[in-house]
Structure formats: C-alpha cells, structure tokens
Design a protein around this ligand. Structure first.
Ligand code: FES
Length: 388
C-alpha cells in the first residue's frame, strides 16, 4: 500500500472549475442533503471532479471545500483515504488497480503486477510513454471470490491470468476497453463454480416425494384411528371433562403426528398401512446423477488429430480454457467440427461435459458456424458483438 500524497507542484493546475454541465449537477447533488449537511456531498463531488479531469487536483479539493463550506484539510482527508481517488495524473485510457491483498496475492497478483511493470511502467503511478496507461497496487476490492483481479475505472476484471491481463491491457491501450466484458474472465457465471454447478444439481426425486406423502397420510390415519387413552376414557363424563378432552385432543394429536412423521422420515421406507412402499433401490436410481456418455457411444462426434493451427475454441461463448482442453481431449479442435454437430452429437457432448443443455442455450453451433465462415468479423456481423 502506497503513501497517498498530492501530486508535486509541477503537475498541479492553478485552478479548477466544474464544466457548466457538471456545475449544474453539483448544485443539484448538494441540494439533496438537509440544511447543514451539505458536506455529505463531498465524495460525489470529488468523484465528478476526477471524472472530469482524470484525477483529483489540489485546486479541485480546495474548490469543493469552498462549495461545501469545509476546511481544506477535511476534503484532503477524504481524497487521500479512498484509493478510488487518483491524486496524480494517471493513464488517459486506463489506470490499472491491481489488488495485492492476501487472497489475490495467494492466487497470483504478484504475476499480474509483473505484467503491469513490463507492459506499462516499472513503477506504480508512472505513465507509459504515450501517457495512456498507468497502474498501482491497491488493497482488497471486494471480489476475492474470483481472485486475482484488477479494477479499471469502475469495472473489475476477475479470475485473471498474466496472459489474460496482457490482452486486456492491449485492448485498453488501443482505446477499445469498452469491448471487454467486465467480471470473471473464465468459464463461470459471476462467482458460481467454475465449469458449472457442483451441488443442488438434481430436483427432489419424485419417488421420494411420493413416499413422504404416503407416510404422512399413514401417520395421519393412525392418529385419527387411535383409541382414547385409558386415562381419558376413565374420566367422569362431566361437561368440564368433555371440554377438556376436546381441547386436549387437537393439541396432543398433531404433536404425536409430527413426532411419528419425523420418525417415519428417518426410518427406511416400509409398507405400513395403506401406503405403497417405495423401493429403496428405485429411490437410489432416481437420485443418481445422469451417467456420463461412453466414449464409445455412436453419437460421439468424430474427432481429428490436432491440426498445426487449431482454432481458439474459447471464442465460443460458454467455452473456457478448461472446457476447451476437454474438447481437445476428445479430438475437437476446430470451429468447423462444432458447426457440423447434429442434435444427437450435441446431446452427447452436453452430457459428456455435464452441461445440462448449455450447448443449446448458448447456441454453440451458430457461433461456430459464424467463426468458421469469417472469424471475428463474421461473428460481429451475426451477433452484433465481439466473441469473447
Ligand atoms: S483480496 Fe483481492 S479482491 Fe479481495
């Protein structure tokens, strides 16, 4: 973590003023707060000043302090506390904030910083030769679950490898940062498990649901038919006794039923009373996950030897490095192969990858057809966006 100070005098402009549009916005923002609480607008105003000039200058701090009737030191304290505020001129196209806190460090943030050093500048906060890029190390940015990660502007880029960060920096350097999808950069949804779900993958088996219902009905029938306990039967038949019995029965019966139901659930399912027993083996069979299709299955798509220049299957949305490696293992190396898969073959691959219909949902065949026909250009033409 670096010491956060204002930039040297040589970088500081003589004055700061919000643009007309931002000045209107600033007035409205200040008015959102009750009388005497205008200082609460300090963070939004500092952030707007940064968005306008690229970084927070001393003149901006003083101007905002005047607008909010605050001492300069109070605004300086805020600006120096939050690493979101840049106190030095930073890259005009990207300022890469690399998280160096423990989870990210254990998952490779040092390698990410080496990339920044080699591609941007050997020292944090120094800009590259063109003035377009800069970087720094920051503390936890709250995306540890997908560590390691960086933040650029308001977006985070997660699950990074040094190679992927190099690509991202190159795209930002070319001025196309907006084309990169923020968030995880691998084959996962948000922070869900990599490669698909690993738990809660099956619905409650119907056989078990039926058996539970049958047991509950049996217990209920037994409770209804239960003889009155001798102590109850022997009671004198006075009005009070009847009332008491009537009041007592509903209170004790559900308790007994609940107890029996619990016991029944814990017991192996057996044929008591009217309930049809659910064979244990049948329950087991329905709970077992779908078997992985055999490699010898006739629907397995034909594989090929690895070509000299295999296609980058990761360009297909839904294919990450792990899935690509699995596809390669079964001889799938080109877009043309994927484009030619028939329904049965798609189902085979979907089952083999345990994808639960994702190949259809992501329409791999359509994507692969576009990529096979004209690469990225054709993909953009068909889908209106770049492949990943
Ligand atoms: S440790 Fe890096 S985001 Fe939390």
């Amino acid at each position: 973590m670096s010491v956060r100070r204002l930039a040297e005098d040589q970088f500081q402009p003589a004055a700061f003023a919000f643009s007309d549009e931002n000045a209107v916005w600033a007035d409205k923002t200040i008015q959102k707060y009750p009388a005497g609480r205008q200082q609460s607008a300090v963070i939004p105003l500092l952030m707007r000043a940064q968005e306008q000039d690229g970084w927070v200058t001393r003149a901006a701090i003083e101007k905002i302090a005047d607008m909010l009737d605050m001492a300069y030191i109070r605004v300086l304290e805020v600006a120096t506390f939050y690493t979101q505020f840049q106190l030095h001129p930073v890259g005009t196209r990207a300022h890469v904030q690399v998280c160096g806190t423990t989870p990210c460090m254990l998952r490779g943030s040092e390698a990410l910083m080496s990339v920044c050093k080699s591609k941007i500048h050997a020292h944090a906060f120094e800009r590259n030769a063109e003035g377009t890029l800069s970087w720094e190390e920051v503390e936890c940015l709250g995306a540890c679950v997908n560590a390691p990660m960086v933040m650029i502007g308001k977006d985070t880029y997660e699950d990074l490898t040094p190679e992927r960060l190099e690509e991202i920096i190159d795209v930002f350097a070319a001025g196309n940062g907006a084309s990169i999808k923020p968030g995880t950069q691998i084959d996962r949804v948000f922070s869900a498990p990599e490669g698909g779900l690993t738990s809660l993958t099956t619905e409650e088996p119907k056989a078990r649901t039926r058996a539970k219902k049958a047991n509950a009905e049996t217990v209920s029938a037994q409770v209804d038919a239960a003889p009155v306990p001798p102590s109850e039967a022997a009671r004198p038949k006075s009005t009070d006794a009847e009332t008491n019995a009537a009041l007592k029965t509903p209170a004790t019966a559900p308790k007994a039923a609940a107890k029996n139901a619990k016991a029944a659930e814990q017991q192996p399912i057996s044929g008591t009373g009217a309930a049809e027993p659910a064979p244990k083996a049948a329950v087991k069979a329905e709970t077992a996950p779908a078997a992985k299709p055999a490699l010898t299955d006739k629907n397995r798509p034909a594989g090929i030897e690895k070509p000299v220049a295999p296609d980058d299957l990761k360009m297909i949305s839904g294919v990450g490095p792990k899935i690509e490696a699995t596809l390669n293992e079964i001889g799938i190396f080109t877009f043309a192969q994927v484009a030619g898969w028939k329904k049965a073959e798609r189902e085979w691959v979907d089952g083999y990858l345990n994808f639960r219909g994702r190949i259809e949902r992501d329409d791999w065949v359509k994507q692969a057809k576009a990529l096979a026909k004209g690469g990225e250009a054709e993909y953009i033409k068909v889908f209106g966006k770049k492949p990943r």
